[in-house]
Design a binder for this molecule. Structure first.
Ligand SMILES: [Ca+2]
Length: 297
């Protein structure tokens, strides 16, 4: 019996040891399984974070396709009033219309292209900082910067016909066939009803790297919106349907270093002659206004 008891005891120990080994192996397997689950969860979380946090990332976004870059060729240079802090510029039937900023110096002007001579002039009340202008029918529409006030003038007499308000800052303005298009210094462009100035739609402007902020002076040219980007020498060409940048115009060096002296400020002002297909650009306090042709890089 003793022998048998010892034998049973030994057997029990062997079985117990064997079971301990099995439990130990099972625990190792479970731990390994858990480790891989956590690892996979971490990898998936990181990928999801990258996709959501950086939607414009070139690594993950379909928007990363390069858009055309345009350089320029100067066709003509014209005199420009170096005291004109240009905030809005348009061209029609041989003359420019220009809006200038700075409180106390803001104005609406009709300007002869060849000479830069101011043919007609209206000073804004001192509390207003003039911004973008556009021609819609026989009316000139002018924005102001932070006053949230727009002015509507008769194109010929500059008589003030109406005022309107908007809830954002006013920067640039242009129009397509049926809508006013307005910038407010962000990446958003607002589409307004030209009769009652109510917003009917908006787009956010973006390129491969994300939203394009500080959109300033505007011009609508052949179905695209051209927009100065404030404090740069670049103009974005924008799809009015999607807000996507369809091309970049690089104007660095347009104003020579001799002309670019204090207090000359940044590029601002795009006007288009629809009859003769001429593109004009200038800047704040620039002594010159240029007709340029775009050259595909
Ligand atoms: Ca313009």
């Amino acid at each position: 019996m003793k022998t048998s008891e010892v034998s049973d005891s030994e057997n029990f120990c062997q079985v117990f040891t064997s079971n301990r080994l099995h439990f130990s192996q099972l625990n190792m397997l479970l731990l390994t399984h858990r480790f891989f689950c956590v690892l996979i969860f971490c990898i998936l979380s990181t990928v999801i974070f990258i996709f959501t946090a950086f939607p414009g990332s070139s690594a993950v976004s379909p928007k990363s396709e390069a858009v055309p870059i345009y350089d320029y060729k100067i066709v003509s240079a014209y005199p420009h009033d170096p005291g004109a802090f240009t905030q809005g510029l348009i061209f029609e039937k041989g003359v420019l219309y220009e809006s200038t900023g700075i409180r106390g110096r803001s104005s609406l002007r009709k300007v002869e292209l060849q000479s830069g001579k101011v043919l007609q002039f209206l000073r804004l009340p001192n509390q207003f900082f003039g911004e973008g202008i556009t021609l819609y029918g026989n009316k000139i529409i002018q924005l102001t910067w932070r006053s949230r006030t727009g002015f509507v003038y008769d194109k010929n007499s500059f008589e003030l016909l109406n005022t309107f308000t908007y809830p954002t800052e006013g920067w640039g303005i242009t129009h397509d066939d049926t809508r006013l298009i307005m910038s407010d210094g962000t990446s958003v462009l607002h589409f307004l009803n030209p009769e009652n100035f109510k917003e009917t739609a908006r787009i956010e402007v973006a390129d491969a790297y994300g939203p394009v902020e500080r959109l300033n002076e505007l011009e609508y040219i052949h179905g695209e919106i051209y927009a100065n980007v404030w404090q740069t020498d670049r103009i974005a060409r924008i799809s009015p349907r999607t807000g996507q940048v369809t091309g970049w115009i690089e104007l660095a060096g347009l104003l020579s270093s001799d002309d670019r002296k204090y207090p000359v400020d940044v590029l601002n002002g795009i006007a288009y002659d629809t009859e003769a297909d001429r593109l004009f650009v200038t800047g704040k306090l620039w002594p010159k206004l240029f007709e340029i042709k775009l050259v595909f890089r």
